[in-house]
Ligand binder design. Structure first.
Ligand code: HEM
Length: 426
């Protein structure tokens, strides 16, 4: 036992983890006044850690590996079995470059433009609706643009169900019981669908442009020169489509932030890219989405007077690091201007993981996320007017992933700078 290291006393943290959710690690780090503590989880001793220094250690590939870290239940819902998230070393870097090649600035720009176009195309439908739920609309719009951009054929009639399935895989990550099972079923259905699309492309039955995500996944060569088997290619293509749909969560929190902080609207009216960016960065820092990450110790080492033993499971606190008072002044206040002069490191602002995405597991999709969020914020502020009726906008930090209860209901939606009453009277 690491005697200098604080210990969580419960026999198993599972229940406390479910009860405290996003705050589980942070509560103890604050209480113990320590960057790390030991605990027991599902019959094994684990280490939980938080903060910039902890993130640096966690992202050192000499010290940690991902193989054996993600439980089967996460692979069978969120990631897909044996996907990029579970790989290490050269094979991981090779696979990662494939993802990064699909997420370059031109791809980010294209997706942001598609998002803006699709948002605008929805206005006429919303103008005649009593109300809409932003989260539901965002999922469908993102599903449409993700498939369109990736080259995956999608009929209008399929959008609702496919969007629901993509999100069900995300919603399952912190769940037991029905939400977990929904996620598994959604994964099976989606993998079957995308596997068929991959096979059709390889057989020449489905056309897609070279450079599209569909083409690149279908014809990607592994280090040994072989194509991915169709199942694996489907899993990795889903690893691009599903998280784009998941941006609906951040868009819903963006709308909530605008509602709770209307004082920022005036500044955002210019549509200035830097102002939009500061706001969405603060949304990614302030609101909860990914709670923590897991990895296994690759070889014995000591850090912060704590012995990390080979094979041990270690959790890195994402939510807590993004709210660490050593890194963020008044971390529990929503203040986009903190990003004005922000010169962060690769390890202090980690809503989508830390480190260099080309060398480790950090999310390759941050550019896409930020650009789609900026386009969506610009749309909400500058392209429409709407009212926010009474509703339950609370979100629980115990539920992972969480969301404002109502999904953000909007009503009386009107296109800006365009008086529809005049047109109708004509
Ligand atoms: C909704 C916003 C998003 C959030 C909160 C998010 C969060 C994350 C997190 C926390 C990780 C794990 C980092 C690690 O294990 O060290 C990750 C990995 C990953 N993300 Fe994202 N992500 C988002 C959007 C995206 C987008 C838009 C894409 C692609 C279009 C994407 C693709 C991936 C992939 C492929 C990985 C695995 C990387 C690896 O294991 O090397 N994500 N993401």
């Amino acid at each position: 036992m690491n005697e200098q290291v604080p210990q969580d006393q419960s026999l198993d943290i599972s229940l406390d983890l479910m009860r405290e959710g996003y705050l589980f690690i942070k509560n103890r780090v604050d209480r113990f006044q320590s960057d790390l503590f030991e605990a027991r989880f599902l019959g094994q001793k684990i280490i939980c850690m938080s903060g910039e220094e902890a993130a640096k250690v966690f992202y050192d590939p000499e010290r940690f590996q991902r193989n054996g870290a993600a439980p089967k239940r996460i692979q069978e819902t969120l990631f897909g079995v044996n996907a990029v998230q579970t790989m290490d070393g050269e094979a991981h870097i090779h696979r990662k470059l494939l993802f990064l090649s699909l997420m370059t600035p031109p791809h980010q720009k294209r997706l942001a433009e598609l998002a803006m176009k699709q948002w605008q195309a929805s206005i006429s439908k919303w103008e005649v609706a009593d109300q809409i739920i932003l989260f539901e609309e965002a999922k469908e719009i993102l599903c449409q643009i993700a498939c369109h951009w990736a080259g995956v054929p999608l009929q209008e009639s399929e959008v609702k169900e496919r969007a629901k399935d993509f999100y069900a895989m995300v919603d399952a990550f912190g769940a037991v019981g029905p939400r977990h099972w929904k996620g598994r079923i959604a994964r099976n259905i989606t993998e079957e669908w995308i596997k068929t699309v991959i096979e059709d492309v390889r057989a020449g039955k489905q056309k897609t442009e070279e450079g599209s995500a569909l083409y690149e996944m279908a014809f990607h060569r592994q280090l040994d020169g072989r194509l991915l088997d169709p199942q694996m290619a489907a899993v990795e293509l889903i690893n691009v489509l599903r998280p784009i749909v998941a941006i609906a969560t951040f868009i819903t929190f963006t709308a909530l932030a605008l509602h709770e902080h209307p004082e920022y609207k005036e500044r955002l009216r210019s549509g200035n890219s830097h102002d939009l960016e500061m706001f969405v960065q603060e949304v990614r820092r302030y609101y909860p989405f990914a709670p923590f990450l897991g990895a296994r110790v690759r070889k014995d080492f000591t850090w912060n007077q704590c012995e990390f033993k080979k094979g041990m499971l270690v959790f890195l606190d994402i939510y807590g690091t993004n709210h660490d008072p050593r890194l963020w002044e008044k971390p529990n206040e929503f203040r986009p201007e903190r990003f004005q002069e922000w010169k962060g490191s690769l390890f202090d602002f980690i809503p989508q993981g830390g480190g260099d995405p080309a060398k480790g597991h950090r999310c390759p999709g941050e550019g896409i996320t930020v650009e789609i969020m900026k386009a969506s914020l610009d749309f909400l502020v500058n392209k429409i007017e709407f009212e926010v009726p009474d509703q339950d906008l609370n979100y629980s930090l115990a539920k992972m992933p969480t969301l404002p209860e109502s999904g953000f209901v909007m009503c009386n939606i009107r296109r800006k700078g365009f008086d529809t009453r005049i047109i109708r009277n004509e």
